[in-house]
Design a protein around this ligand. Structure first.
Ligand code: GLV
Length: 371
């Protein structure tokens, strides 16, 4: 039990197992009741009332107004997500408020979902099930009413080779895929060499018939040579720190892709221009797309991506890639986003690591606290 009764406001429920850790410590906890996000004014008001910790999700705009409201009182913002494009890092740093995220624990869940989305769109799982459910399944036929495309042995371009991109690569190597890597900021050549060794071993021992290759290439080469293009970059807008990824996939880059190729996005919606993608699907510049993230979430009812004309080649999901039970809710900070979220909050409030924010593993904006 800590000496001070910390006050926490959570903008959404993150599951009782993790929240009970805070309750058991005697923290005073208020959780916004709705499944939808609270209005920003509510967040600002709660912060202004002097809470010590704020639990947020990627739906909450945590900007200068929020940080200013908590300038001398708010000690930590704990985000339950790996991405934090909703949090203004410069404003957090200016107000010297640390924020945490839940990287690592969702890496495999997200990568496997990206892999499954790829399978769903390429092998037409949804069309097949829909046909059976609507009692439209006439008879078994070698190619009617439609066929899908294989994944095994094909070439995939992995755009962004951080944690989730690398987890995707590991899964793809098990499907005997050739892998083209592109990363706008960092090349992990050691990782690529290890995967190549694994590929060579599988080939040498007869576990896979064809020799496969992995290598870093330019974005143009990646897009123009791949059967599948999967996105794993953070959202960086023009003018922000880092290589911009906003609308990285646009008319020009979609036109580089092959007509028989598929686009998979489990990163952030605005990495893809939806207007350009709609055109690409409608005019068949590419074979299909599977999307878990959108420029505006939830996907608006009038989004062109809902056009029935492209329904057979456009799979849509509800930002669900990390949505697996243990990954989302486990209280264990090494397994669950909720567990890691509360641990990040506790580290800051209870001054773990000797109170040195720069040593706390889940704090993102360590740069603001370096002396
Ligand atoms: C989900 O998209 C996350 O950033 O955790």
């Amino acid at each position: 039990m800590s000496d001070k009764k910390f006050r926490i406001y959570a903008t959404c429920h993150i599951g009782d197992p993790a929240l009970n850790r805070l309750r058991d410590k005697g923290y005073e906890l208020e959780v916004y009741s709705g499944p939808e996000a609270p209005p920003k004014s509510v967040i600002v008001e709660k912060v202004r009332s002097g809470i010590d910790g704020l639990i947020t999700t990627l739906r909450d705009p945590i900007d200068g107004e929020v940080f200013e409201a908590g300038k001398n009182t708010l000690k930590v913002v704990a985000q339950i997500a790996v991405g934090f494009d909703n949090i203004n890092r410069a404003d957090a740093n200016r107000c010297r408020i640390p924020f945490t995220n839940t990287a690592e624990v969702l890496t495999d869940a997200t990568a496997e979902f990206a892999f499954f989305m790829m399978g769903a769109v390429a092998r037409r799982l949804w069309d097949s099930e829909k046909m059976v459910r609507e009692n439209q399944w006439g008879s078994w036929h070698p190619f009617l009413p439609f066929l899908g495309d294989e994944i095994s042995g094909k070439t995939i371009a992995v755009i962004g080779t951080g944690r989730i991109g690398q987890a995707m690569i590991k899964k793809c190597s098990g499907f005997d895929m050739n892998i083209l890597c592109y990363d706008p900021v960092y090349q992990d050549n050691k990782f690529v060499a290890a995967i190549q060794e694994l590929m060579d071993l599988r080939h040498r021992t007869g576990l896979q018939q064809e020799k496969t290759r992995i290598k870093y290439v330019t974005l143009e080469e990646a897009l123009s040579q791949a059967d599948y293009v999967t996105l794993h970059v953070p959202l960086i807008k023009e003018g922000e720190n880092g290589a911009p990824t906003h609308h990285l996939i646009n008319e020009k880059t979609l036109k580089l892709m092959r007509k028989d190729s598929y686009l998979i996005n489990s990163s952030r919606g605005p990495v893809v221009s939806e207007a350009a993608l709609y055109k690409a699907l409608k005019e068949k510049w590419i074979a299909g797309a599977a999307l878990d993230v959108f420029e505006k979430e939830p996907l608006p009812s009038d989004s062109p991506l809902r056009d029935p004309e492209i329904e057979d080649r456009c799979r849509l999901f509800h930002h669900f890639a990390s949505g697996a039970r243990i990954t989302r809710l486990s209280v264990d900070p090494n397994k669950g986003m909720a567990g890691r979220c509360v641990q990040g909050l506790i580290d800051v409030l209870e001054k773990n690591y000797g109170g040195d924010v720069t040593r706390m593993p889940y704090v993102v904006n360590k740069e603001a606290f370096k002396s």
